[in-house]
Design a protein around this ligand. Structure first.
Ligand code: C5P
Length: 227
């Protein structure tokens, strides 16, 4: 089977990463969670005091970009690559509601996007990759052989994220999670640079009513029709 590029885009908490990980494991492909990269830059901005209350010191962040080094390290026990920021594992720090609350504002900064997109394109240059995010099929890999666009209702997605946070012991009210999901949808679809939208040739999967197994089978069938 020839190696292809699989781009999975969609709204927050649509289960993109779960599906992408399963597909990558099945095909022996590399999996890249680009949201983790935007989250790591957000965490860096927080650590360095560039985010105060609701405002971002954009210029300081831009000046610091050459000093932000991101890489993934495969964790065999987990079955996916964990996010490292300047050689420190930040996988759990980047999943907090505080980072979720600011990440879309960091993702609006064109200089941040340019840096991350370039690194993502490098990671995918040999194909055999499943990458998930918001602009993978439109900007990062416009020539990907398979593009998936995932959707589900905001309530379904907020409930999923709420359950995940509870499991990790993060006690956040459901309303706050729903608000975060809706706010990120709005910012992600309205920003000037690379707004979230379905690529023309992407296949839409609304998974509100689908099991994980059904989504997995659906995508595997699509892959076998191409590869
Ligand atoms: O996928 P995840 O929810 O972890 O992504 C966090 C945020 O990062 C998104 O809400 C979006 O603002 C930003 N993002 C982006 N482009 C990507 C991936 C994520 O703008 N390719």
């Amino acid at each position: 089977m020839k190696k292809i590029t699989i781009a999975i885009d969609g709204f927050s908490s649509t289960g993109k990463s779960t599906l992408a990980k399963q597909i990558a494991a099945k095909l022996g492909y590399v999996y890249v969670d680009t949201g983790a990269m935007y989250r790591a830059v957000t965490f860096f901005a927080m650590q360095n005091g560039y985010i105060n209350a609701e405002s971002l010191d954009k210029q300081s962040l831009i000046n610091s970009l050459p000093f932000i080094k991101l890489h993934f390290e495969f964790n065999a026990a987990l079955g996916f690559g964990e996010m490292f920021l300047n050689d420190v594992n930040v996988e759990s720090e980047i999943r907090t509601i505080q980072v979720s609350g600011f990440v879309s504002k960091i993702a609006e900064v064109s200089e941040v996007r340019a840096k991350l997109v370039e690194q993502q394109q490098q990671m995918g240059k040999d194909k055999g990759i499943v990458m998930d995010g918001r602009d993978i099929g439109t900007v990062v890999f416009p020539y990907a052989e398979l593009k998936i666009f995932m959707t589900a209702s905001a309530h379904t997605r907020a409930q999923r994220r709420f359950d995940e946070l509870q499991q990790k012991g993060q006690d956040v009210p459901y309303e706050a999670v729903l608000h975060n999901v809706e706010e990120r949808d709005y910012i992600d679809t309205h920003r000037d640079d690379s707004p979230l939208r379905k690529a023309e040739n992407a296949i839409e999967i609304d998974n509100s009513q689908l099991t994980r197994e059904q989504q997995f089978e659906q995508v595997l069938t699509l892959v076998s029709n191409i590869a």
